[in-house]
Design a protein around this ligand. Structure first.
Ligand SMILES: Cc1cc2nc3c(=O)[nH]c(=O)nc-3n(C[C@H](O)[C@H](O)[C@H](O)COP(=O)(O)O)c2cc1C
Length: 176
């Protein structure tokens, strides 16, 4: 199934808005939207898709948004098989107020889903961002798409457009 499952966790509604924007751009007919708080029951919700986009904001000091915590913990214990799955990750943060932990949630999701066998795609150059530290950089690139609605909301639409263009290489539903 080339349909995409887009799962997001959002505390104050920012990731939710971004997820809706991304879903609209891909097309509602080929991209199903799930709130981790309201729609997620268990890992089978994720596993029914071969193509996943995961949205997660960063809270605390570089930690994942609350609704992702328990599912990630359960997956760490149960180790479901994500081999053959293609995953792309995005999430908003605050590059000024939380400059030392910028979008840390992206790296946590990346490490976990990689360890479960997923092919994680959609890495983004850090050149366009200014921050002190981030645990979401591997080999010089962000492991997903960082967005910042606090300081750089004017860049969001272009960042999403560029990212979706990049994802066309790995997501047939976006390329179609
Ligand atoms: C208490 C608090 C802690 C935060 N911690 C971080 C952080 O460690 N790193 C980061 O990049 N952003 C951090 N942020 C910024 C949020 O990630 C940002 O506001 C995001 O847009 C919230 O998205 P949401 O409403 O979808 O949860 C924090 C915000 C608050 C209020």
């Amino acid at each position: 199934m080339t349909k995409i499952g887009l799962f997001y966790g959002s505390t104050s509604g920012v990731t939710e808005e971004l997820a809706e924007k991304i879903q609209q751009q891909i097309g509602e007919d080929v991209c199903d939207l799930y709130s981790m708080e309201e729609d997620f029951d268990d890992v089978d919700d994720l596993l029914q898709y071969d193509y996943l986009i995961l949205g997660c904001s960063t809270w605390g000091a570089g930690e994942v948004q609350n609704d992702w915590r328990e599912p990630l913990f359960d997956m760490e214990v149960d180790k479901p098989d994500f081999s053959g799955k293609t995953i792309a990750i995005f999430g908003p943060g605050d590059c000024e107020g939380h400059s030392k932990h910028f979008v840390g949630a992206l790296g946590t999701l990346y490490d976990q889903f990689k360890a479960l066998g997923a092919n994680v795609v959609g890495t983004v150059s850090a050149d366009d961002y200014s921050f002190e530290k981030s645990t979401s950089i591997r080999d010089g690139k962000f492991v997903g798409l960082p967005l910042d609605e606090v300081n750089e909301s004017e860049k969001t639409d272009q960042r999403i457009a560029d990212w979706l263009e990049l994802l066309k290489a790995d997501f047939p539903a976006i390329a179609a």
